[in-house]
Design a protein around this ligand. Structure first.
Ligand code: GTP
Length: 605
């Protein structure tokens, strides 16, 4: 049986055609009848279809010429690279798909490195050969160098038209080995059943559904299993495969990819905290003394934000749904936090602003939960004049400035990977963001820069700037370094004369005015007009450093009076003015800032 299984993933930079290639596979293997095959079939979330990007990895089992082919389609955007790394741990081979018109890009390189570290067989493929603008010769040469393969190992296809796709399926069977242990079993001599959890989701009837790859033995229904990291015990309710819908089977044997329904519905442990019990990367086994399979590294979080339930839902419902979504978006980090203004909520860590955006949008769509999002923030260390040191996370907890001796902010050590072409742009960006370049290393046409930078700069758009400057051709890793003194002041934003705590931030003194101006100019563009003029102000303490006004919605009260009678017109205008004054008074502080606007303001620096 093992001999007849092939497990593989498609990896690529964003938009290079993974989902379209998966469509052709589903068609040729007749997994999905042609009439039901919508384009990008494996992008199953409505959000994925709407935005045209893959967010989630998606496994699917196909049958072809007597073989079982387990494909995992992966996202291409770097914010979702954690999905890719988990998918790769479950397969023996990867198709490295490169859009011929775009060539090698950052995620091509990054994902290839992940696959090579795991020792996977790589099948390099150039896609979109139906387009005439491809310079094949130089691209083929670059790929041979990058992958370390021969020219004849590279496959040329058009995922759209299907050209070369059957040959690629044959290559998968021929070149990718049947399931092996991927060197991730620590003790090969035991005989207990072992499965790695690579993803999960919540099902109202069947509880937590673990997406698993079986590495040894078999997983069946109605059997007692354990999570090896914490000995959590449960009875399996159902096992099955992805077609891509869940389809029951009797057994999942070594080498197979499928799911196990745990029946577990409680998402809180005894401390009523997060589901510390259930973790992606954990091992399921029928023997609680087995050695676990090597798990995954923790993802590196780049953007943090505080989220709180909006008025219409209870905290309990909010918490329950956040945890359910977390089961399906493991890269997100969640920690309880409380705000004096918004009450109980969570600080969430994401892999980028797109990830944050998608997380809150999925909460809204899949769980009907609206949230309030506040600025992503770091923890500051405040040295008080009396010698005491305190740490604050919420800028609104800052003591009076007269009591503060020094504000220290956290710094990070970063490692940036990009192409040599961008050396100047990236160096300038680091300097503009108060960073210090420590080391530069070149590697063929690639560049690795090591630098130190305030974490606040990282959280508020550095990564997005980096990506847009380099056309997505950069990846970044970072870790905490130390606290350093910063010349910082608190910048408040007032809308309709009321401070908006969600928009307050600590900023470098020299840049305060520039940043304050930028924020209110953007707010002016983004906030809808009201019946009254809305004042927008940026302030440091009581001092206003920038101001704008959103004019009131205009209503031509005197328009119906043709020609002459200017006194009547004046009267009407005066009356309108008085009405507006009244409204203005009524409207003070009554402007609600939509979440989308807050997220956009987060990007400003
Ligand atoms: P992400 O999952 O978001 O990373 O994208 P993807 O890699 O899955 O790319 P997708 O399959 O969504 O394709 C991106 C675009 O390229 C779509 O507009 C496809 O129609 C187009 N495309 C894919 N393959 C081909 C091809 O062989 N030829 C041409 N001309 N267009 C293609």
């Amino acid at each position: 049986m093992l001999e007849k299984i092939r497990n593989f993933a498609i990896i690529a930079h964003i938009d290079h055609g993974k989902s379209t290639l998966a469509d052709r596979f589903l068609e040729i293997t007749q997994t999905i009848p042609s009439e039901k095959l919508l384009p990008q079939y494996l992008d199953r979330l409505s959000l994925e279809r709407e935005r045209g990007i893959t967010i989630k990895m998606q496994p699917v089992r196909m049958n072809y010429k007597g073989y079982v082919l387990n494909l995992i389609d992966t996202p291409g955007h770097s914010d979702f690279s954690y999905e890719v790394s988990r998918a790769l741990a479950c397969v023996e081979g990867a198709i490295l798909l490169i859009d011929g018109t775009q060539g090698i890009q950052a995620q091509t390189f990054y994902n290839l490195k992940l696959a090579q570290e795991l020792g996977l067989v790589i099948i390099p493929v150039i896609n979109k050969i139906d387009l005439k603008t491809i310079e094949l010769d130089s691209l083929v040469k670059d790929i041979t160098q990058l992958v370390g393969c021969r020219e004849e190992d590279i496959y040329l296809i058009s995922a759209k038209l299907g050209t070369g796709v059957e040959e690629l399926l044959e290559a998968i069977i021929e070149k990718i080995p049947p399931p092996q242990n991927n060197n991730i079993l620590i003790n090969d001599k035991e005989n207990s059943s072992l499965a790695l959890i690579f993803d999960s989701h919540f099902d109202n009837y069947r509880g937590i559904i673990a997406h698993i790859r079986v590495f040894r033995g078999k997983i069946i229904k109605d059997q007692i299993y354990y999570l090896l990291s914490n000995n959590f015990k449960f009875k399996s309710l159902e096992v099955g495969v992805f077609t891509p819908e869940m389809k029951k089977t009797d057994v999942l044997s070594a080498g197979e990819i499928g799911y196990l329904a745990t029946g577990v519905k409680e998402l809180f442990d005894e401390r009523n905290e997060l589901i510390n019990v259930f973790k992606i990367g954990d091992t399921i086994s029928d023997n609680n003394n087995s050695q676990p399979i090597k798990g995954y590294q923790e993802p590196v979080h780049i953007v943090f934000a505080n989220i709180y339930p909006s008025e219409e839902i209870s905290y309990e419902k909010f918490k329950d749904n956040i945890l359910k979504l977390k089961l399906n978006d493991w890269a997100v980090k969640i920690e309880p936090s409380t705000s004096p203004i918004w009450g109980r909520g969570y600080t969430i860590g994401c892999l980028g602003l797109l990830h944050l955006d998608i997380f809150q949008e999925r909460l809204k769509r899949e769980f009907n939960v609206n949230v309030i999002i506040t600025l992503p923030s770091v923890k500051y260390e405040i040295v008080l004049k009396n010698g005491k040191k305190i740490k604050i996370e919420n800028i609104n907890d800052l003591p009076d400035f007269s009591k503060i001796e020094e504000i220290r902010e956290p710094w990070a050590e970063v490692e940036i990977f990009t192409s040599l072409n961008y050396i100047e742009l990236v160096s300038n960006l680091i300097k503009n963001k108060r960073g210090i370049i420590k080391e530069q290393k070149t590697l063929t046409s690639f560049l690795i820069i090591k630098a130190e930078i305030p974490i606040d700069e990282l959280l508020t758009g550095f990564y997005d700037d980096l990506k847009s400057l380099t056309s997505g051709y950069a990846s970044l890793n970072w870790k905490f370094l130390e606290y350093r003194q910063g010349n910082l002041v608190k910048l408040d934003i007032l809308v309709a004369e009321e401070v908006q705590p969600a928009l307050s931030r600590l900023v470098v003194k020299d840049k305060a005015e520039e940043i304050g101006r930028k924020i209110i100019v953007e707010l002016k563009k983004m906030l809808p007009r009201e019946q009254f003029p809305v004042k927008l102000q940026a302030a440091i303490g009581k001092k206003i450093i920038a101001r704008e006004t959103i004019p009131a919605l205009k209503k031509d009260v005197a328009g119906w009076l043709y020609g002459g009678d200017i006194t009547r017109k004046m009267k009407l205008w005066q009356k309108q003015k008085r009405g507006k004054k009244k409204l203005e008074k009524l409207g003070k502080g009554k402007v609600k800032i939509p979440n989308e606007v807050i997220i956009k303001i987060l990007r400003l620096k």
